[in-house]
Design a protein around this ligand. Structure first.
Ligand code: HEM
Length: 412
């Protein structure tokens, strides 16, 4: 297999500082954690959005933002964020508590649904995302992609891993699982900015799988059946399949890219830890989990307050938005000693990098499989990989979507 991805197009589509991702705060290049420590120490809940409280004045867009007509509050501690995640009735994932706008896109997907409806929809795809299915993902899509990418860089002695490697793996994995050919993988990534355009690419695939299902995720959606409140059994409509697809393609291609880059940055900047992982591959799993805790790529998700409530001493009016700064929660000193330190020997303890409660990341085991397979193969095949001493070192940037600037390495 050749990946045949046009690297200059990958560079344009996967650029935190580019025109698209800049609206989520891609231009932010300070370290937000000192401000988040200060805010967490001051009070469990603050009035204002996370970016305003961190010192960013321009309006940003992300989950729960901008909604200028609503009061905004933000939480920074582990306990307070967990408590909100555990109470999805008071803290709903969309403004109308039930969710789904009807238009094709993530605003009509399970991400914003609540209660029984959310459980019904999530249940349709959950079986494809359980840990036991990790090998299905690795065998069908991840392994081949990872090795094809390493084949392409191996002879050059140097590479820029953030784009040449990290960005390509998740996009090819998730588009592969949708039956989208490699040649169209970037078209679909670009089309996610205009969900209508995704339909043009997916419609012939949906029609073909309705005719003859294959061993892929799109066939799971095409064949899925659910029983509604009246006991009537339905297949998903084409529009429902498209909204599902936009969510899975967006969540599946945008996050793991940045998290894999964060993990590689943490390791490459600490050669002694990298050497330990190289010598004992069992340490790769804790290295990935610690990077998720230390620097989760999406450090904030939001909830809509459904009823007037007193929350950790702060009155929150119905209709307000509560932003959960899981990045700050993951460095809460009440839960982790030396929280700013990237330490892969910590005793294992769940963090909030994949969220919590009913909307906990559906794709977390796929994301872990991509990072384990990708970084593992890189170290197996290019064991002396190191940061390029002549290039600008990687920095972690971004407000609501965090990742590395670039990861220039040598392995000659
Ligand atoms: C390291 C990579 C990833 C991170 C850090 C991440 C993080 C998250 C977080 C924090 C949430 C919860 C959002 C909330 O609280 O409202 C979430 C939800 C979700 N993620 Fe991920 N994610 C990753 C990779 C993936 C992948 C690879 C897929 C799919 C293949 C995926 C699919 C989803 C879906 C469908 C949801 C919504 C679940 C629901 O509403 O029930 N994610 N993710």
């Amino acid at each position: 297999m050749t990946t045949t991805l046009d690297i200059s197009r990958v560079r344009e589509l996967f650029d935190l500082r580019g025109s698209f991702l800049v609206q989520t705060g891609g231009g932010y290049s300070d370290d937000p954690y000192p401000a988040w420590h200060r805010l967490r120490a001051q009070a469990p809940v603050h009035a204002g959005t996370v970016h305003e409280l961190t010192g960013v004045a321009e309006p940003l867009v992300f989950h729960g933002l901008p909604h200028p007509d609503r009061p905004h509050f933000s939480a920074f501690g582990y306990e307070v964020c967990s408590a909100a995640y555990r109470d999805p009735v008071t803290f709903a994932s969309s403004p109308d508590a039930v969710g789904a706008t009807g238009a094709i896109g993530t605003d009509s997907s399970m991400l914003v649904m609540g209660g029984a409806r959310h459980r019904r929809y999530r249940g349709l795809v959950q079986p494809s995302f359980v840990p036991a299915k990790a090998q299905w993902w690795i065998r069908n899509w991840i392994e081949e992609t990872v090795h094809a990418l390493i084949d392409e860089i191996a002879g050059h002695g140097r590479a820029e891993l953030n784009v040449d490697f990290c960005a390509a793996i998740p996009v090819l994995t998730i588009t592969g699982s949708f039956g989208v050919p490699v040649a169209q993988a970037l078209d679909i990534r670009a089309a996610l900015r205009r969900p209508g355009a995704v339909v043009e690419i997916l419609a012939p695939i949906v029609a073909a799988r309705r005719e003859q299902p294959a061993d892929d995720l799109i066939s799971v959606l095409v064949q899925a059946e659910y029983t509604d409140d009246d006991g009537v059994t339905h297949r998903l409509s084409d529009d429902e399949i498209y909204s599902f697809s936009v969510l899975l393609l967006t969540a599946g291609s945008g996050t793991t890219w940045k998290q894999m880059g964060i993990t590689l940055t943490a390791l490459l900047q600490r050669p002694e830890i990298l050497r330990a992982v190289n010598e004992d591959r069992r340490l790769l799993r804790p290295a990935i989990e610690e990077a998720l805790r230390w620097s989760p790529t999406d450090p904030m998700f939001s909830r809509f307050v459904t009823a007037d409530t007193e929350f950790h001493g702060t009155p929150l009016p119905a209709g307000s938005v509560l932003h959960l700064c899981i990045g700050a929660a993951n460095r809460d000193p009440d839960r982790w000693e030396r929280p700013d330190e990237y330490d892969i020997a910590r005793p294992p303890k769940p963090s909030l990098a994949f969220g919590s409660g009913p909307h906990t990341c559906l794709g977390m085991h796929v994301a872990r499989a991509e990072m384990l397979t990708g970084i593992g193969a890189l170290l197996d095949r290019l064991p002396n990989v190191r940061l390029d001493p002549d290039a600008e070192p990687p920095r972690l940037i971004g407000m609501y979507e965090r990742g590395a600037t670039a990861i220039p390495v040598r392995f000659d």
